[in-house]
Unconditional design. Structure first.
Length: 508
């Protein structure tokens, strides 16, 4: 056999390998092929091809494995079980940029499914191999590495700490300064996944100088980048006052308020979340948001958002209103009561209704003027309806009850209180009657209106069947009227009159 014919066999073998690995990489993109290929032992056939002496075969083998691992956690576990990770990690430091991208894709695809699989990636030494990839000249290699790092960090604080300890954060901060938009997005996302777990991890990102580079990107034209930036800043700000102040000092206001009007729904939601995380810490931070025009911007956001996207806006409004009567008044002046009431009434999800009830309670609990604004906005009736409705969740019932109690304790708007008397359970009647007992002795018009609207008559009927505090309040209210008026509206009055007729002897 001549040398030429021998080489032909080698070429045929190489073409077959190329053909096989490319066909597999293509076939795994279709879910219906996965099980057939798995049963045919695709993992065992691909593994040796990671060591092939032809780079394109190595890359295609890694790509196919990545797509398999990406498909399900079972297949990702099979990648781990077949001891493919150590081979990938070894090759990361040796091979060209195309292979590095494919290898990082496999690591990411395995790590994304669960903390255990992410731990397996860490245990294989992947972080030490991925960190140098963040310093590669090729931005797409950096992207692949940053993506894998983010997927490892997202699961638990321990995994995120491993990522930080590997020295990734300063390199991610460098990546966010690169001109490529995709690299900026993925770096911001990876830092967000690190920050979210604990104040210490968020502090590690802050100490690397990330906020100074993230904050200006709030006004970037790319919507997907703005989503990640707002999310990352929210994850930093949520942990403590100090971290929230770092975010604010980077001058995110008023620019982030403009994001509440962004065309992209996720930008709007993430911006509202960031504002909420800043607002919740101190009166000073809440005041800073209001002074920047945040009250009306948040109210508009709550009015326009749909479903779960409303939630961060509703909570941000509640946090701001909770701190002081001045800040609560800013929400009222910005017409914030109506959108919250609408959410309480119209939103199908109980957790959104509960958040609305909580925020309304924070607005109305400060002074009689605040409570009156809610009473005139017809909020009390709807809070009561949520509280007593049998389909309401326990959380919604609790929050509605607390909000109603807080508002009633300050409410002096008697016309709004009276309808609650008839429809309320005893717990609420007690608070309503307490307000009447305090207000009626000092207001002649209110005493007259209470009689004309049937309130006094209802109290006498109620007096027949209650005791304790409720009876005390009724007696205090009765003492505001002449005894003959009280007697006239008592249920037994007509019976007593009839008895008098029976006893009466006419003068003939």
């Amino acid at each position: 056999m001549s040398g030429v014919s021998v080489l032909q066999h080698f070429e045929a073998y190489q073409k077959s390998r190329v053909s096989f690995v490319q066909a597999v990489a293509e076939a795994v993109t279709r879910p219906q092929n996965i099980e057939v290929m798995q049963n045919a032992g695709v993992m065992q056939l691909l593994r040796p091809l990671l060591l092939d002496n032809v780079p394109s075969i190595q890359q295609s083998a890694a790509l196919a494995l990545g797509r398999l691992a990406n498909y399900s956690d079972d297949l990702a576990e099979a990648v781990v079980g077949n001891e493919i990770l150590p081979q990938l990690v070894y090759s990361l430091s040796e091979q060209n940029r195309f292979y590095k991208k494919a290898a990082a894709f496999v690591l990411r695809a395995v790590a994304k499914h669960s903390p255990d699989l992410a731990q397996a990636v860490v245990d294989s030494g992947a972080l030490d191999a991925l960190v140098p990839c963040l310093e590669e000249f090729d931005p797409t290699v950096k992207e692949s590495a940053a993506w894998a790092i983010g997927y490892i960090a997202q699961h638990t604080a321990e995994l995120a700490q491993n990522v930080v300890d590997a020295g990734t954060v300063p390199l991610l901060v460098l990546c966010i300064q690169e001109p490529e938009i995709t690299l900026k997005r993925i770096s911001a996302s990876a830092m967000s996944d690190i920050c979210k777990h604990s104040p210490e991890l968020a502090q590690a990102v802050v100490d690397a100088g990330a906020v100074a580079y993230l904050a200006p990107l709030i006004v970037h034209p790319d919507a997907k980048l703005k989503r990640q930036v707002c999310c990352c800043l929210a994850q930093i700000a949520k942990h403590s006052v100090d971290l929230a102040e770092v975010v604010v000092e980077a001058e995110i206001f008023p620019n982030i308020l403009n994001c509440l009007k962004d065309n992209d729904a996720f930008v709007r939601k993430n911006a509202a979340t960031c504002i909420r995380e800043v607002a919740k810490h101190t009166p000073e931070l809440a005041k800073l948001i209001v002074n920047a025009g945040g009250a009306s911007a948040l109210v508009d956001y709550v009015s326009e958002a749909q479903g779960n996207a409303k939630l961060p806006g509703i909570m941000a409004v509640g946090y701001i209103a909770a701190f002081s009567e001045t800040l609560a008044l800013a929400i009222i002046v910005s017409k914030g009561v109506m959108p919250l009431r609408e959410a309480l009434v119209a939103e199908p999800e109980d957790h959104i209704k509960a958040a609305s009830a909580w925020s309304l309670g924070q607005i109305g609990r400060h002074t009689p003027d605040h409570a009156r604004a809610l009473a005139e906005g017809d909020v009390l009736r709807h809070l009561l309806a949520c509280m007593v409705h049998e389909a309401s969740s326990d959380d919604l019932k609790t929050k509605s009850k607390r909000a109603l109690k807080a508002i009633l304790a300050k409410c002096t708007h008697l016309q709004a209180l009276q309808p609650l008397l008839r429809d309320s359970p005893v717990k609420v009647q007690k608070y309503v009657l307490k307000q009447f007992a305090q207000l009626l002795p000092h207001d002649v018009e209110a005493r007259r209106a209470f009689v004309q609207n049937g309130g006094l008559q209802f109290l006498q009927e109620l007096n027949e069947s209650v005791g304790g505090k409720l009876k005390e309040h009724i007696e205090m209210i009765n003492s505001c009227y002449p005894s003959e008026i009280v007697e006239y509206y008592s249920p037994n009055y007509s019976k007593a009159l009839l008895e008098k007729i029976d006893e009466f002897q006419p003068q003939v």
